[in-house]
Design a protein around this ligand. Structure first.
Ligand code: H53
Length: 808
């Protein structure tokens, strides 16, 4: 729909009157928001329908991205931007005395994910649509999103996140597309003369109802679908669930998102969730495929299914189940189609995150799926007999010691396994999945993660976006790699000043938000040093904290010390059951209290821990960051994506040589990033030879000793228990993540940051180089590589990218 300001205002007023019988001046923010969503939706619904129809008409190969998490955040502004409506709507609302920023605040974040994995899935959704690619999301519509975080006396408290209270205005429920998912009970295979028939007894029938959300591509008349499934009781089964508790047993299946990131809890409900959305998705894909009478032994030429981490690994077995039991295909043919259809991304090498499920548990969730996995495993071992030694086969088979290894299922059952950054893929190939790499070298590949530059720069940081437009035009808005043209302007002092000014404006906004949210006053002229990510020991928020305590103690020794003022900003949720992570939160909060209330410190040092970190809060923090902390122990962070978002917004990175940090360094050059710490080889060597003794660093480095002592000698108040826990984890449990080993090197890097900040012009130059190189981490390009090298799908639109001009 072509929109003009006049037309938008008319439509908005009309829908407000129809929906709520209200005038603009009488409407509450939520009513204004809901009206705006309806107007926006009516703007893309026809394109949505046409996109889908064109896939069918052109018989186009499509990818289905299966992910147990999606973390889209708010959709309003990003949809407006992608539709090309942003400015018109902004002005139209102003004309009515309204503000887009304020209305947008009424949108509750869609927080159906924990962190990097879920946010990546949403960046990919946006990129698939913007690349004009036929791509669909498949996941779970949790009734409760990731918990709301509050701090009480410095401790994290979790509150339920009932994001659906006002309804979700973007999604469309499609009862007519519901499918039945069978769980539990028993299964018998009966030879009926023609084929083996699977007879289910005593299984629960669960109705999976899809909720579809349109994913609008950037100015290309292309809208894809993210399909999230809700669990309901089928009408025919109502009598089986007479009490509220009985009903809950079914409905609770999609109630809560498990709040763990890079970790898994072996709970049966989680396994049920995994089977539920996997089965619902696969059934609906095959049903749709069959609608057009296409032969099933060619299905892999028409659809690709992506397994995002191991949670949807049962896709392999469910696909086999349908081809075997419902379509009566023979095993070999079904297996061939399955392997050709499936692909898998590994997102971690951390042992605790690699899912293993007890065989008995899988038997109670879906006995037929277990049978199929057992058969895949048996055939796998048989196939390798005589080709590989016994140990190799035992190490790599799917079922071992009564546990089903989901990563093995995903690798054996798919044609592609990729890591998410060069280093990560290298570690998979040479270390964690070495055996499989030896077996299937052609299946392994790297796809370094990417982010959507639209949300993380165009929407989140309009000031910087405009500055960039003035320097290099608007082509970067269609092709983020064009940001690189900024490098030609590295000597343009006016531009450098403007970049500095945009940052200062954003810092002022964040300072106002911090004041309103926490009561803490911070100076926008201080360095804003940001660490935003899940709280996890390997991400080493603790290293950051130890450095802060050092700076504090230095200032206590010498209050007149000449320091570059800093505001340390944290945003992080800890899994509710992750005790150590919560201890670190408490300690950060108490250090913050101590420092912020110490009059002798003044504006030289401030520590702010913002509550309830999520996508929308990230959009406020990132544009205002001067420094991004990417300080995980080398080898532990598969990729990281906040590193990319922060550099894109002109923050300089303090980084270990871990995950995608290495590729960031390769792009910006060593002079434009602050690298420190152990390398991958050093970490692996320590881990192999066990000759790291943290206490040596404590005993030999008086700074470390003094900082650690502050945790146990009462210097930092209110952490009697927590302080000891930290102290013991480093000295008695021997510092699993090499915090003390990297401390001195980290301090040095931080000193270099302070020194560099003194020369503002040079600092801004470094920022420019970071912005200019961030385009290499655009999700549009990452997804294009998946499309070409893994999924074999092609764009259907007439390549609008780069063609629409004069956006702003
Ligand atoms: O996935 C991100 C990576 C990040 C990694 C993260 C992740 C999760 O958020 C959850 C589970 C998991 O196995 C991995 O920790 O390094 O950037 C996207 O790839």
């Amino acid at each position: 729909m072509k929109i003009t300001q006049e037309r938008f205002v008319r439509e908005f007023k009309k829908q407000l009157a129809e929906k709520f019988a209200l005038d603009v001046k009488d409407a509450a923010p939520i009513e204004l928001y809901q009206t705006l969503v309806s107007v926006v939706k009516s703007g893309y619904s026809e394109i949505w329908r046409n996109t889908w129809k064109s896939y069918v008409k052109n018989d186009q190969k499509q990818v289905y991205y299966f992910s147990i998490e999606f973390l889209p955040g708010r959709l309003l502004k990003s949809n407006l931007l992608n539709m090309g409506w942003y400015d018109v709507v902004d002005k139209g609302l102003k004309q009515m005395g309204l503000s887009l920023d304020k209305i947008s605040e009424s949108e509750v974040d869609m927080a159906l994910g924990n962190g990097g994995l879920g946010r990546l899935a949403s960046c990919f959704m946006d990129a698939l649509a913007s690349d004009g690619l036929p791509g669909n999301g498949n996941g779970i519509r949790y009734k409760y999103g990731l918990f709301k975080q509050k701090f009480v006396d410095g401790y994290q408290i979790e509150l339920p996140n009932e994001w659906l209270t006002d309804g979700n205005n973007w999604a469309v429920a499609r009862e007519s597309k519901a499918v039945d998912v069978l769980m539990g009970g028993q299964v018998h295979l009966i030879d009926n003369g023609k084929y083996l028939e699977a007879i289910y007894e005593g299984a629960d029938v669960i109705k999976a109802v899809p909720y579809d959300t349109g994913i609008v591509g950037y100015r290309n008349d292309h809208v894809n679908t993210m399909r999230l499934w809700d669990a309901q009781i089928p009408a025919s089964e109502e009598v089986k669930y007479p009490t509220i508790e009985d009903r809950r047993r079914v409905e609770d299946l999609t109630s809560v998102l498990y709040p763990d990131d890079s970790n898994y809890e072996g709970r049966i409900l989680r396994l049920k969730q995994e089977y539920f959305f996997t089965s619902a998705g696969i059934q609906s894909i095959i049903r749709h495929y069959k609608k057009y009478d296409r032969p099933l032994n060619e299905i892999s030429e028409h659809i690709a299914i992506h397994i995002n981490d191991t949670h949807p690994a049962m896709c392999v077995a469910e696909f086999m189940r349908i081809l075997l039991d419902k379509e009566h295909m023979d095993w070999d043919e079904a297996w061939q189609q399955t392997v050709k259809t499936m692909s898998y991304t590994n997102h971690t090498i951390m042992a605790e995150a690699l899912e293993k499920w007890p065989v008995e548990m899988l038997a109670t969730v879906q006995p037929r799926i277990l049978q199929i996995i057992q058969e895949i495993d048996r055939r796998y071992a048989l196939e390798l007999e005589g080709k590989k030694d016994h140990d190799f086969i035992e190490r790599t088979r799917i079922i071992k010691d009564g546990m089903v290894k989901m990563a093995h299922l995903a690798i054996i059952g798919s044609h592609s396994t990729n890591g998410v950054a060069k280093l990560h893929t290298e570690l998979l190939e040479n270390d964690v999945l070495r055996d499989f790499y030896e077996l299937y070298p052609e299946r392994f590949n790297n796809k370094t993660n990417g982010i959507t530059v639209r949300r993380w720069l165009q929407v989140a940081n309009p000031e910087l976006s405009k500055t960039i437009d003035q320097a290099i035009g608007t082509a970067w808005r269609f092709d983020a790699k064009k940001l690189h043209e900024l490098e030609k302007h590295v000597g343009d002092k006016k531009l450098l000043e403007k970049i500095g000014r945009a940052k200062l404006d954003n810092k002022k906004k964040l300072a106002a938000f911090i004041k309103e949210d926490t009561g803490i006053e911070v100076s926008p002229h201080a360095i804003f040093d940001v660490q935003i990510k899940r709280l996890h020991a390997y991400k080493r928020q603790l290293l950051n904290l130890l450095h802060i305590v050092k700076l504090y103690l230095d200032l206590k020794d010498d209050p007149n010390r000449d320091v570059e003022p800093r505001v340390f900003i944290f945003g992080a949720k800890a899994a509710p059951s992750y005790h150590y992570a919560k201890t670190i939160i408490k300690c950060i909060n108490e250090v913050a209290n101590m420092i912020n209330n110490d009059k002798t410190i003044n504006d030289k040092l401030k520590v702010v821990f913002l509550e309830n970190y999520g996508v929308s809060l990230a959009e406020k923090i990132i544009p205002a960051a001067d420094v991004g902390e990417q300080i995980s122990t080398a080898t532990k962070e598969a990729s990281g994506t906040s590193n990319m978002k922060l550099m894109l917004n002109g923050a300089l990175t303090v980084a270990t040589l871990d995950g995608a940090n290495i590729e960031i360094k390769d792009h910006v050059g060593e002079d434009n990033i602050f690298i420190f710490g152990l390398t991958k080889d050093e970490v692996l060597e320590y881990e192999k030879n066990h000759h790291y003794y943290a206490a040596e660093y404590y005993n030999s480095n008086p700074v470390i000793k003094r900082v650690l002592d502050a945790f146990v000698d009462g210097t930092i108040p209110n952490i009697e228990v927590e302080g000891h826990e930290i102290y013991d984890s480093l000295l008695r449990v021997n510092d699993e993540y090499f915090v003390l080993r990297d401390f001195a090197s980290y301090v040095q890097a931080q000193e270099a940051v302070s020194e560099a900040y003194k020369d503002k012009q040079n600092w801004n130059k470094m920022c420019l180089i970071n912005i200019a190189n961030a385009g290499y981490f655009s999700a549009d390009d990452t997804v294009e590589k998946y499309a070409k090298e893994i999924w074999d799908i092609k764009p259907n639109s007439t390549e609008m990218r780069g063609k629409a001009k004069d956006v702003y």
